[in-house]
Structures are given as C-alpha cells and as structure tokens.
Ligand binder design. Structure first.
Ligand SMILES: [Zn+2]
Length: 257
C-alpha cells in the first residue's frame, strides 16, 4: 500500500458514513435505502478488465457495490489504451490490469473493497476466484474463457451479464440458470479467435455501462433485466434491436439431455 493508498483509507471512515454520494440513485422509485444496502452487501465478479471491464467496474464502484473482484492475467500495452480507460499511459507494461484498475477504483470510492486477481481464470480456479459473487460479468474478448464463466455461472446459479463488442457493434444479454438460455445455447462451439479485431473505444464504453446497469438491476430488483433477450446495437447506423432468444434443447451446458 503506497502513501496515496493510506491517505485514501484515512479519509474513508468519514466518507463512508455519508450516503450522500448515492442520493441521486436512492431516489429512483423502488431503489431507496434498501436498494443501496443490497448493493453495499454485494459482490460482483468481473472477468476481463479491458474495454468492457473498465467502464463496468468504474460505474459499479461509483454505485457503491460492496466488493468487486477483478480477474485478468494481462498487463496493459499501448494498443489497449483507446478503450481500456482504467489503464493509463503510466501503467503500460508496469502493472497488471487488475492492480492498475483497483488502484483507481479505490480512489474513486474508498468505501468499497476491490480485490485484484492477476490470474488466468480456468475451470480449475474459477470456483475460488469468484466465490461469493452475487453477479458475474463477462467482459471477455473470446469464447473459450466465456464458456468457462458460463458453465460456472450455471453450476453456481449466479446470474451472468454477457457482453461482446467488435468494431462499432455489440451485444448484451443476461444468463440465469433455469430462466434463460445460456451462452452455449446461442453459440454451441467457440468461433476461432481473431488475433487483432477492430474496436472503437466508445462502443466498448457503451456496452460496459449497460453491463453495470444490468448488474445493478439484478442486485436491487429495480427494472427488468435483459432475460431471454439479446440486445444488439450497431453504433455505425445507430440501430438497436432486442431479439427473443430460446434455450437450445441439446445445449451441452444447460440442455435437458
Ligand atoms: Zn445453454
């Protein structure tokens, strides 16, 4: 813990006693003090601290989620900086992404706990990394780790907020065991990973923010989460569609067989 960390901690007891920072969300109908208490008692696990994870974690920290678990094995490089807004020039090749993000999020809101996990999340360790998570966020950029997260979400009955972006397009859905299709229903096998895909920063920003909003809705019960629907947005033409999606009967993860 460096000097600035200690100062942030010293200031926090006073600041934590004040709910002022949450007033404008607490006055949303149905939210109230109870909604805020639910957020402060919750843990959100975020897999991938890049283009989607940066805005998602920022808004969840600002909203007062009690504990964020950030998991990513990478250290930022220059090509990340157009969209991964929690990583700055000074972090490039210096700090792992979870550490880089946690450092800023603790300053944004010293009243929350941020756990940085610099690990490759696999089937073997996912149970331990995301233990106690009330909601999981898929902020990844390829399907094999997504399926690991999807399967863990089903096994642990933890709601999962999926987003994926490329170029100027993105998609979003909420996966809940027994209530919605899962990611393998939508895509039974992983498409080949493109080494370098195009992406505009604000597109990742928009979809990461939507993930934060869905997580807050799931935790507070405010609003209607995007269950059994896939939101598809194309910012190139400002076209937005929500399509109904159904479970695949032969789904290897959630199917009946
Ligand atoms: Zn499925």
């Amino acid at each position: 813990m460096d000097r600035q960390d200690e100062e942030a901690r010293r200031r926090s007891p006073l600041r934590m006693s004040s709910m002022d920072r949450y007033v404008r969300q607490m006055i949303i109908p149905g939210f109230g003090e109870e909604g805020q208490r639910r957020l402060s008692g919750s843990t959100v696990g975020i897999m991938g601290v890049g283009g989607l994870g940066s805005p998602a974690a920022t808004y969840l920290a600002a909203a007062g989620i009690g504990r964020l678990v950030l998991a990513d094995p990478q250290t930022p490089d220059d090509t990340n900086l157009n969209r991964q807004i929690l990583h700055w020039d000074e972090d490039v090749h210096v700090r792992p992404k979870p550490e880089s993000a946690a450092w800023k999020l603790r300053r944004l809101n010293p009243g929350i706990e941020v756990e940085a996990r610099t690990v490759e999340v696999t089937e073997k360790n996912i149970e331990e990394v995301f233990r106690d998570a009330d909601v999981l966020l898929d902020c990844l950029d390829s399907y094999p780790p997504r399926f690991v997260l999807n399967d863990h979400a089903l096994r642990s009955s933890t709601p999962l907020v999926h987003a994926a972006v490329e170029g100027l397009r993105g998609q979003l859905t909420v996966v809940e065991k027994g209530r919605t299709p899962c990611l393998r229903c939508l895509l039974p096998s992983a498409p080949p990973k493109t080494a370098v895909f195009p992406i505009l920063g604000p597109v990742a920003g928009v979809f990461g923010c939507l993930q934060a909003a869905e997580a807050i809705k799931l935790l507070t019960g405010v609003g209607e989460p995007l269950r059994s629907s896939l939101l598809i947005g194309d910012l190139q033409y400002n076209s937005w569609d929500t399509i109904s999606i159904s479970p695949a009967e032969n789904c290897p993860a959630c199917g009946k067989s």
